[in-house]
Design a protein around this ligand. Sequence first.
Ligand code: 5GP
Length: 189
Amino acid sequence: MELLKQKILSEGRVIGKDILKVDSFLNHQIDVALFNEIGKEFKRRFFDKKVTKILTIEASGIAIACIAAQYFKVPVVFAKKTESRNLDQETYESEAYSFTKQKTYSIRVSKRYMAKQDHILIIDDFLANGKAAQALIDIVHQAGAALAGVGIVIEKGFQNGGEILRSQNVQVESLAIVKSLEENQILFK
Ligand code: 5GP
């Protein structure tokens, strides 16, 4: 997606060798007009897939998923990272190792909001080693629901998440694939 790539090139900052910081439009401040184009593009890429719900993970996935959901005309469910007395007792749970935070965390979704009749499209901001996506897929499987695919805004192609998911025959659609962040340079595939 050319518009997204241009935005990454003009505003993205490289941290170390493998982290891309895009706080000015994706992870802190939000460019709503760009998100609108991202939502349309996800709809275009998954036009032939039956989708009854979009699943994402808090926090950054929520805004992306909500805007995309307007094109799919389905609800959004977001997996929660924190335990809360507000959350239903009956939940699907999974675990993921966070590459950026360097720790394992649990995610949970109330059983009330996912059923075996559902066709789930997973949407997230980044795909690195695929741990967050794998944990979301695990929850879809626990619910007995069908996985329509995985939509990612930025995939880091030099990490292996995309390869693992595609080898499992998951339709992964990444709107920008970064090939390398070496020497402070952002290169796309
Ligand atoms: P994975 O689970 O695929 O290893 O990592 C994906 C998650 O880690 C994303 O949801 C995102 O929050 C975070 N993440 C991984 N790499 C980056 C990065 O380079 N930049 C940002 N902003 N987040 C990242």
